[in-house]
Design a protein around this ligand. Structure first.
Ligand code: NAD
Ligand code: TYD
Length: 339
């Protein structure tokens, strides 16, 4: 199968491409990535040597209406997996506009080009954040009404609606996946786990928003990749599939686990001003994916966290490489305001 993967130089896209090319000898991947601050070509360094012509890279924007038809045609694309997005909630609060350009207009542009070209399966990778925030009990299902609370989640919900509309209006074969919070290798160090890990290793204060009791439902990135792959091969057009791994943790629990692994004191924890509109709790129900796709997460949290910490400790050059330029500017501005 010839698959266009968008956003393949980001965290999940990188893990997905590496996994796909290693597991499926018939897969040919075209990775289309704009290389924003979050996209790092080094993530797939060596892929062309390792996988030969089965891996191709095109630098480009999913919102570029002229480029996409050419890419689809040139590579004879049969399926699309859309990871490309602006993804950091805090950045969406700081400046929502790029989130609408890429996540909404970019997704529509990709849907349109794919429909016109005759793509046979389109997987749109979305998030549990479109469902909004839960009280102390219950979990999201695919039928939970969308109630996004951040510019990021509102832009993802909009793109999900466009996918639905393309299916209902044009019969376009699009599947939406929604996953809970991912962690693992290659995650950009603005997100909770790699941010706290790198700060703890440098003995810097760990900026915990609010009371630290917000709950996220964690999944190891390769389990999410497994789910996306099942959706690509077995997902029914027009359907939505949730993925999770039954791993609800407060932010403080996650940070304490990290501190234990790296042997650093809890006195590094510092409470800072809360994130505006901060969702209190996410919990993902994924019975449908289990039943209809045979999805079963493989990693437990302790194992996944050990692997994640080991990866960051063995890839200090990667961290230094990504922590530059706009990363520093944003971090200084955002955390400077939260003290
Ligand atoms: P990321 O920020 O690490 O990577 C995003 C990638 O998309 C980068 O390589 C970036 O260069 C690329 N990109 C951005 N704008 C682009 C554009 N206009 N055209 C082409 N490429 C562009 O993100 P991630 O954490 O890997 O998330 C990937 C997808 O999974 C996103 O759609 C996100 O909403 C979704 N998701 C993420 C999580 C999570 O916990 N990280 C959970 C559920 C769903
Ligand atoms: P994040 O990794 O940004 O993922 P999301 O907001 O998409 O769930 O944040 C995970 C949780 O960690 C969320 O409740 C916000 C919290 N958090 C902090 O307390 N401090 C921080 O510096 C960051 C980045 C996140």
């Amino acid at each position: 199968m010839r698959i266009l993967v968008t956003g393949g130089c980001g965290f999940i896209g990188t893990n997905y491409i590496r996994r796909l090319l290693s597991h499926d000898p018939d897969a040919v991947v075209v990775n289309l990535d704009k290389l924003t601050y979050a996209g790092n070509p080094l993530n797939l360094d060596g892929a062309a040597e390792e996988f030969g012509a089965r891996y191709r890279f095109v630098r480009g924007d999913i919102a570029d209406a002229e480029l996409l038809p050419r890419v689809l045609e040139e590579h004879g694309v049969e399926a699309v997996v859309n990871f490309a997005a602006e993804t950091h909630v805090d950045r969406s609060i700081d400046d929502p506009a790029p989130f609408l350009t890429t996540n909404v207009l970019g997704t529509q542009n990709l849907l349109e080009a794919s429909r016109r070209y005759g793509v046979e399966q389109f997987v749109h990778v979305s998030t549990d954040e479109v469902y909004g925030s839960l009280g102390p009990t219950g979990s999201f299902t695919e039928g939970t009404p969308l109630a996004p609370n951040s510019p990021y989640s509102a832009s993802k919900a909009s793109s999900d609606h466009l996918c639905r509309a393309y299916h209902m209006t044009y019969g376009f074969p699009v599947v939406i996946t929604r996953c809970s919070n991912n962690y693992g290798p290659y995650q950009f160090p603005e997100k909770l786990i790699p941010l706290m890990l790198t700060k703890a290793e440098n003995d810097e204060p760990l900026p915990v928003y609010g009371d630290g009791l917000n709950v996220r439902d964690w999944i190891y990135v390769l389990d999410h990749c497994l789910g996306v792959d099942l959706a690509l091969r077995k997902g029914a057009p027009g359907e939505i599939y949730n993925f999770g791994a039954d791993c609800e943790k407060t932010n403080l629990e996650v940070i304490r686990t990290l501190l234990q692994i790296v042997g650093k004191p809890e006195s590094l924890i510092t409470f800072v001003a809360d994130r505006p509109g901060h969702d209190r709790r996410y919990a993902m129900g994924y019975d449908k994916a289990r039943r209809e796709l045979g999805f079963e997460p493989e990693y437990d949290f302790a194992e996944g966290m050990r692997e994640t910490v080991a990866w960051y400790q063995n890839n200090r050059d990667w961290l230094e490489n990504v922590r530059s330029g706009s990363y520093i500017d944003f971090m200084n501005r955002w955390y400077g305001e939260r003290k």
